[in-house]
Design a protein. Structure first.
Length: 91
């Protein structure tokens, strides 16, 4: 198993940050069949081969995920794509 652990700063008010995280989750669900649910200010997501969460904090997002065996080989591209989306949504 391989892990992803990203801390990303943001300056959005919490309601706008939550909306942006929700939009990202909806796209992941549409594109990759990811299931997700909120637990207070943490979005949990899962599908075969990945289990993770996005913790929404006042000035930072914390993305963590455990990748299964097959997705471990794609850790670099997956992590790069997460960082790209975070840079795009949370300037």
């Amino acid at each position: 198993m391989s892990s992803i652990d990203i801390h990303h700063p943001h300056s959005l008010p919490m309601p706008k940050a939550r909306k942006a995280v929700e939009e990202v989750a909806q796209k992941l669900a549409e594109r990759f069949g990811v299931d997700y649910s909120w637990d207070e200010d943490t979005l949990n997501f899962m599908r075969s081969g990945v289990d993770g969460k996005i913790a929404l904090l006042p000035k930072q997002l914390h993305v963590s995920a455990e990748l299964g065996f097959l997705l471990s080989a794609l850790k670099g591209p997956i992590e790069s794509e997460i960082r790209r989306v975070l840079d795009e949504r949370f300037k």
